[in-house]
Design a protein around this ligand. Structure first.
Ligand code: F3S
Length: 379
């Protein structure tokens, strides 16, 4: 791979240990993927922030790495942590201590402790066609498909290396040719709300590639957010939706796959194992202001947890006094918080991504359903 003189110096260790190790990793990644050079990125979104997902080995690595003088060179925001920074969830003491070390390490490196998977609602909104290096799968799908920025689905380590150097290898979704649709998904049923979009995304995610959705609906940005997050439970990091996503897409000669109500129902059934969840939790990906207001409008009788970013929480609380049963929980989510260690065994969610990981990672009973149905179900 071609490297500039500055990049050669970084690789040779002239800018310190952390830059050298990061450059080694990016060059190796570029070589494996056939990149011919590195490009600059304007922002990074780092995953691997919750103690639940990175464990003791991850904490040790971050403490050592940040202690070696590592510092970010571009705007770097974080994925949700395992606890709200203001402590609204009663998580075990050990978890809290280890989570604190992770956040201190990122703070020492200069990352913004925004702790959200919707950085585009907070302080990290890229522009169309900008190259970025983001790691969290739903934010990657949103950035590529809805904003039109360009990012591969980075690992937590490659995103951190991009943050330290401000560079990423030029391959994959940074290139025009890989951003074109690979197949068309013709949606034969009317799409009605977040549940339909998340079920569609879960079904289409199993097919991989870069799908082009043809449907009568013109989805709202939140519905595209739900679609992208569910697609990302498969291997999809970018999609097109007719009339709703930016950029030119050619569908000539592509295979057409039809999806109807039956496929959406199948997805919901696959991700449902209980009727009466103990906890109802929405906000996967983190709720927008509009989504929080929708929960308030429905005036639920039961308790509901709404995961969101600190920025959205503060905005809501500046203007509204929420009823006690609507809990806005920032900085974490139903998947990366240790809910199972808090004794919670079943959960109702509106997102296929949350359902999938609560079922497979946290081993909980799950009900995937619409917001209205969950808020009126028995606990
Ligand atoms: Fe975000 Fe957690 Fe869902 S990180 S996309 S709310 S699983």
């Amino acid at each position: 791979m071609y490297l500039t003189r500055e990049e050669e110096k970084a690789l040779a260790g002239e800018y310190g240990y952390a830059v050298q190790k990061s450059m080694e990793l990016l060059v190796a990644l570029g070589d494996v993927n056939g990149a011919d050079r590195l490009i600059s990125v304007t922002s990074v979104q780092v995953s691997g922030v919750s103690y639940k997902t990175i464990g003791d080995a991850g904490v040790e690595f971050l403490m050592e790495f940040s202690g070696s003088g590592a510092g970010v060179r571009v705007l770097t925001t974080l994925n949700p942590a395992g606890v709200p920074l203001s402590g609204e969830l009663p998580v075990p003491e050990h978890f809290l201590r280890m989570q604190g070390r992770i956040l201190s390490a990122y703070r020492r490196m200069g990352a913004v402790l925004s702790c959200t998977c919707t950085p585009y609602y907070a302080c990290n909104l890229p522009r169309y066609a900008q190259h970025i290096a983001w790691a969290e799968s739903s934010s990657v799908a949103y950035a590529n498909s809805v904003i039109g920025a360009r990012t591969n689905r980075e690992s937590s380590i490659s995103a951190l290396a991009a943050a330290i150097t401000g560079k990423t290898p030029l391959y994959g979704l940074h290139l025009d040719e890989n951003r074109q649709p690979t197949h068309v998904i013709e949606v034969l049923t009317e799409l009605r709300g977040e549940l339909d979009y998340t079920c569609l995304g879960y079904h289409a995610g199993r097919l991989g590639g870069v799908p082009f959705f043809q449907a009568k609906a013109v989805p709202a940005p939140e519905e595209l957010k739900a679609l992208g997050a569910a697609l990302a439970t498969g291997s999809v990091s970018m999609f097109h939706f007719s009339g709703a996503t930016p950029g030119r897409a050619s569908v000539e000669g592509l295979e057409k796959i039809q999806v109807g109500r039956g496929e959406l129902e199948d997805a919901r059934e696959t991700l449902t194992t209980c009727d009466s969840p103990e906890v109802v939790a929405v906000g996967c990906p983190h709720a927008s202001l509009g989504e929080v207001l929708r929960v308030v409008e429905l005036s639920p009788a039961r308790e509901v947890w709404v995961f969101t970013s600190m920025q959205v929480k503060q905005l809501v609380e500046r203007h509204l006094r929420l009823p006690e049963n609507i809990k806005l929980i920032p900085d974490t989510c139903m998947v990366v918080a240790p809910l199972e260690e808090m004794g919670i065994k079943s959960i109702g969610v509106t997102s296929a991504k949350a359902a999938y990981y609560c079922m497979h990672l946290s081993r909980m009973q799950v009900r995937l359903d619409s917001l209205e149905a969950l808020l009126s179900c028995e606990d």
